[in-house]
Design a protein around this ligand. Sequence first.
Ligand code: 4AD
Ligand code: MG
Length: 464
Amino acid sequence: MKRTKVIDLLKATEFGKNVEVKGWVRTKRGSKAVNFIALNDGSTIKNVQIVVDVANFDENVLKQVTTGACIAVEGVLKESQGSEQSVEIQCVKIEVLGPAGDDYPLQKKGHTMEFLREHANIRMRTNTFGAVMRIRHNMAMAIHTFFHENGFFYLNTPIITASDAEGAGQMFQVTTLDLNNLPKNEDGKPDYSQDFFGSQTNLTVSGQLEGELGATALGAIYTFGPTFRAENSNTPRHLAEFWMVEPEIAFYDLNDLMDLEEKFIKYCVRWALDNCKDDLEFLNKMIDKTLIERLNHVVNESFVRLPYTEGIKILEEAIKNGKKFEFPISWGVDLASEHERYLVEEHFKKPVIMIDYPKEIKAFYMKMNADNKTVQGTDVLFPAIGEIIGGSVREESYQKLENRINELNINIDSYNWYMETRKWGSCPHAGFGLGFERLILFVTGMQNIRDVIPFPRTPKNAAF
Ligand code: 4AD
Ligand code: MG
């Protein structure tokens, strides 16, 4: 018999036919005469109920049907008598495909997120992580669909790179050199000419620089891939390996960029509301009671567009009126997450796109404003999350870009291929990067970024 997924069984309106389901036992309860098994196969957060007349089955088989066991069931699909579900299966045959053993870590009682992180090999079997992973998939589909529908091409940029896209130097080195027996130059430094690529290479922190090459040929592209940062930030918002979505568009100015950022995020959140109803309702009940309200709010509100200088004034005003922040604030400093959240959650009560940052706190490639002090960078700040998107208009003038790189003492040699684009048909262009896991945090209401990626990579942790 062909197996039917639980999600399809629950939609059935024809009863009395034989079906087969396979999945993992969530619970088994009942009496000496009748057992009720709640079976989940991951296709939906909902379980299907299996009704077992104990007398018809081998006692030893039923004994193995415990929480966590994997079973195959054949039976008759019936309209359910109970109020909790619409259908149930009157069991005819049970096969235990994989018993759960005595040490199966997940039990009916709720587990802490910390406990589940230590059991990340099994945590996707829980309702919460099943919901998060289905939503994560849906957000990936929303992203590809949005860009495809809007004429962007999906461009795959390299994961191993010899340049530092953010100029911030927090990279993981990639090498095949023998660390116990390093070949060295005359000056005592490692001799990278003997390394696999003949030069020093790293895991990429961003696909942007190559994305710009795509945009200045194809018009509009987006990347969607893993990125790596070796920063030692042990926060609920940082991963060492995370996924980034980076659109890059020719002939875009700052306003075009902000319009795209807003339209794109709203599209993704609306997609979740439209396509992930059961999972969102579960998370709304169990994780965050204001989740769905917050998602609707973001879809319906216009984002505030706020120059950095104005933002600083608002924060200084708040301090005058008694607001306490841990970190000091003045023109020129990078906002801490407490400042971002004050603006978004308390002052405006809606998402904020902050623009025109001091050049000192932003990357070298951002387009300089006429004031020669600020650059056309945009950070999209979200309730509960802080920065969800970072982007900018790019400096398209060879001269200005070269000046900036020299000012920052960045070694221009590894950017030659990038600089050449500013000589050969340079054009105004802009783009942004969305942290995929930060989007998933927002859409699921989860509190820690380690819990929205299947297998998190953080300092001192690469288990699983
Ligand atoms: O602001 P960032 O560093 O910008 C860039 O990398 C640009 N090259 C993007 C571009 O313009 N194409 O990173 C972009 C976003 C952040 O807003 C944040 O959402 C996410 O990536 N992000 C992280 N997410 C998880 N863990 C980390 N360590 C992150 N660092 C950045
Ligand atoms: Mg940023």
